[in-house]
Ligand binder design. Sequence first.
Ligand SMILES: O=P(O)(O)OC[C@H]1O[C@H](O[C@H]2O[C@H](CO)[C@@H](O)[C@H](O)[C@H]2O)[C@H](O)[C@@H](O)[C@@H]1O
Length: 431
Amino acid sequence: MTKQSVVVPETPMIAPAAVPTGASQLFPPPRSGCGGGVPNAAGAKKKYMGHLEVGAGGGRINAWVDSMRASSPTHARAAAALAPFPAAADEADAWTRKHPSALKMFDEIVRASKGKQIAMFLDYDGTLSPIVDEPDKAYMSEAMRAAVKGVASYFPTAIVSGRCRDKVYNFVQLAELYYAGSHGMDIKGPTNARRHNRANTKTKANAKAQSVLFQPASEFLPMIDEVYKALIEKTKAIEGSKVENNKFCVSVHFRRVDEKKWSALAEEVRSVMKDFPKLRLTQGRKVLEIRPTIKWDKGKALEFLLESLGFADCNDILPVYIGDDRTDEDAFKVLRDRGQGLGILVSEYPKETNASYSLREPKEARTATCYAILAAVSGMEEQLQLFEGACKGVSELHRRGEEWPLVLCIFSVYFSLGKTNKVGPPHFFGF
Ligand SMILES: O=P(O)(O)OC[C@H]1O[C@H](O[C@H]2O[C@H](CO)[C@@H](O)[C@H](O)[C@H]2O)[C@H](O)[C@@H](O)[C@@H]1O
């Protein structure tokens, strides 16, 4: 693929210490490993493995448990880890400079997107919906749904989730989106496609989008069923554990398991996995994920979707991927390696990441920034009055702490202004 659409130039990044707060960090250079700058002073560094080994031996189980502990530190734990170490706090600041807030840098993002077709890729849990104890109750808000709908009316939009496709569809309920469930192993085009791809007519676009169906791990279905049953059986005595069948992969949740029982749970999972050498174990936020050993992940799914949309070798495409979890790193890495698009990590605290930008959990006190962003987005003073209503909507989202719908709304506003000199209808804003 040609690399003219490079959004991540090869220029070396200025050392964090030399970068004043708020300075441009739009195009950090590609890195070989996950982003540095994660707090590491005095043992505060929280690292966990993307891929856990399934061998025998207590040593490995301890490594699993360490990894489980680090996989989703609570805010309190992350803060406590940093608090006693001023150096670590400095490193946290350096991290923020390396991965600045997508909201604060929105004008730069907008400039980078000029003349490019944006394609949106959204993770579900922890990105569109808040993390909750009960996986079946991870609903997204109506405001978020309206925002995703708004953004999808302008940009091709896909949900990329570890959940099985049907389940994530039931949460999102928007027929016009692409869905990649089971960590990208179950991809389906929209049933109600808009004309976003490179086909000439809406009919052609619809037919093409609707024909997208890709399941690279279908031969593993019987094995996944088998491992699911075995895991239910083996973990049933561990209070709070939950095994979730995600069709081409299985999740073993430990969010509600007493930490003292984590090693017992890990041991049970390991004992099951021993009999399934064609399956591997990865992990997400307080969840162990069992999946086929095939080389397929959210990053591959992102590439597949870009190709399906007709953007495989395009320089004028700007893929934007927003996610919060370890498995989203595969997609961030693809964007970084392609030198195209932008990855945005949703996280309250510094984490190793290949994403360029970050967003924290919703915060109320950002309304002022938000107005500034909108002004920057418009670049046209006289337009400000026109989108006063939009500003009110965005401001209300801020007040309610709905950071995500806000970002999506801003994309919509930008696009509306850029293309039609008008602000999109108020329903974009969920009111
Ligand atoms: O790729 P994602 O859409 O982020 O899916 C990853 C996993 O998300 C879900 O688990 C996570 O969210 C739950 C609800 O908030 C939470 O209880 C759990 O601790 C998190 O790990 C989902 O249930 C898993 O199957 C997905 O693999």
